[in-house]
Write a new protein. Structure first.
Length: 128
């Protein structure tokens, strides 16, 4: 259920590391808890974030939640398509990225959860 090529936070964000680039989104568990996503507020390109810092918010029919950066670095790209189609987060949470960052320290991701640890955290049963 949770792709092995991603790293996860206890706050339910994921990051895919590719060299010095981190691609960030929210997990399937997070989108299930939120319900239908109706709005996503993301930072501007060029913003500098530290791990654990709030980088935006996500609004659903149930609640508004903050988004936390799993790693630190500079925002290089923002998924502007989420402005008009925020429901993409519900449809494919592990394929729908929110921001891309140039990582300050690619090794920082080693402290995040792997797929099995994240699944254990959420208490979800494996479907494999």
């Amino acid at each position: 259920m949770y792709p092995a090529d991603l790293k996860y936070t206890k706050e339910h964000e994921w990051v895919r590391i590719d060299g010095d680039t981190g691609t960030i989104g929210i997990t399937d568990f997070a989108q299930q808890q939120l319900g239908d996503v109706v709005y996503v507020d993301l930072p501007e390109v060029g913003a500098t974030l530290t791990a654990g810092q709030v980088f935006g918010s996500i609004e659903s029919v149930k609640a508004v939640s903050e988004l936390f950066a799993p790693v630190g670095g500079e925002v290089t790209e923002v998924n502007t398509g989420l402005k008009n189609k925020p429901e993409q987060v519900n449809a494919k949470p592990h394929d729908t990225w929110m921001i891309k960052m140039r990582l300050a320290d690619p090794g920082e991701a080693s402290s995040l959860l792997d797929s099995a640890s994240y699944q254990s955290l959420t208490g979800e049963q494996s479907t494999t």
